[in-house]
Design a protein around this ligand. Structure first.
Ligand code: NDP
Ligand code: OXD
Length: 310
């Protein structure tokens, strides 16, 4: 069995070692620019593959993503879509994301951003301690990432609401869904967390109108994709004082260009697309399981829906 590894962002040697330990006999081929395509490769394990490359591998049985989001694969208009395209669903990834979300939610809930400003002025100003049950956290995207973060925030006592395409029944988390539920969701959200996939329907969703629908002084935590945000609208909402702060992990262009206004904005915190990183060992279990399913003639788990784009 042959697997093509195609990622400039992940450690090929580590993946080779882990996958070969689980799939003895696996031939692990690392893609290099200029390689002649081969028609006997069974699987492509990829993150942001260059446009047009995958179509030349005509023997593929499945395309496996090294990440949860598949926008970096689907943007290839020449993608072979007759084979299953499988996204990564892995507890390691969801748990890492929950850590990121909990960290920043607590940061703003407990006003540590305000205390940092006071401290910069040598100013000792205790404030009243807020209560989690009075704080509404709104999560856009109630899938693998969103659900796990929502459950954990709810366990901390936050009032958690979620927005998704379809209605959800999650204990302790009020569900809003579809366009019809969007404004009611936003109107109550003090800490807005974006965990949506980037699709045609979600591109530019964080814009002047949606930001204006949030209560004054709310906060945005974006760990979805940069393409969800209209940057000029976010900067305007921060500058007007409507939005208190933004934590941004993902951007239209990555790495974020050195001259981007976000870098120096006093209300913006940047992390370099690290909200949650794929953990090779746990992700390899999922990937192996899916390869074995295909080998047995079964459908792999978590095949994306090309119509929906996620
Ligand atoms: P899932 O596919 O499990 O969940 C996606 C969620 O978004 C679902 O609840 C879905 O609704 C909802 N959704 C999709 N389209 C719409 C829409 N048009 N309107 C309303 N809701 C919508 O994805 P994951 O949770 O696994 O991952 C989500 C995203 O998180 C990834 O695509 C990626 O962009 C990002 N991510 C970022 C990382 C980082 O380090 N920054 C790491 C990992 C992921 P429904 O349930 O009804 O289908
Ligand atoms: C992912 C990511 O989608 O890391 O997995 O962004």
């Amino acid at each position: 069995m042959k697997l093509l590894f195609l990622s400039e962002f992940d450690n090929a040697d580590h993946w080779r070692e882990v996958l070969q330990s689980k799939l003895p006999g696996l031939e692990f081929i690392v893609w290099q620019k200029g390689d002649a395509p081969q028609d006997d490769i069974d699987y492509a394990l990829v993150w942001k593959p260059p446009v047009g490359v995958l179509k030349s591998y005509t023997g593929l049985k499945a395309i496996l993503s090294l990440g949860a989001g598949v926008d970096g694969i689907l943007c290839d208009l020449q993608l072979p879509t007759h084979v299953p395209i499988v996204r990564l669903v892995d507890p390691g990834l969801a748990n890492g994301m929950a850590e990121y979300i909990i960290y920043w939610t607590l940061h703003f809930h407990r006003k540590f951003d305000v205390y940092a400003r006071f401290a910069a002025d040598n100013s000792w100003k205790p404030m009243r301690q807020p209560v989690t049950k009075n704080r509404t956290v709104g999560i856009m995207g109630m899938g693998e990432m969103g659900r796990n973060a929502a459950n954990k925030l709810s366990m901390l006592g936050f009032r958690v609401i979620g927005w998704s395409r379809s209605e959800k029944a999650i204990a302790g988390v009020q569900s809003y869904y579809g366009e019809a539920g969007f404004d009611a969701f936003l109107n109550q959200t003090e800490i807005l967390i974006n965990l949506l996939p980037l699709t045609e329907a979600t591109t530019g969703l964080i814009n002047a109108a949606s930001l204006a629908a949030l209560p004054k002084d709310s906060v945005l935590i974006n760990a979805g994709r940069g393409g969800h945000v209209v940057d000029a609208d976010l900067l305007a909402a921060l500058d007007s004082g409507h939005l208190r702060a933004a934590v941004l992990d993902v951007f239209h262009t990555e790495p974020l260009p050195a001259d981007h206004l976000y870098w120096s904005h006093p209300k913006v915190t940047i992390t370099p697309h690290v909200a949650s990183l794929t953990q090779t060992r746990s992700a390899a279990d999922t990937i192996t399981r899916n390869i074995l399913r295909v080998e047995r003639g079964e459908t792999p788990e978590n095949v994306i829906d090309l119509e929906k784009g996620y």
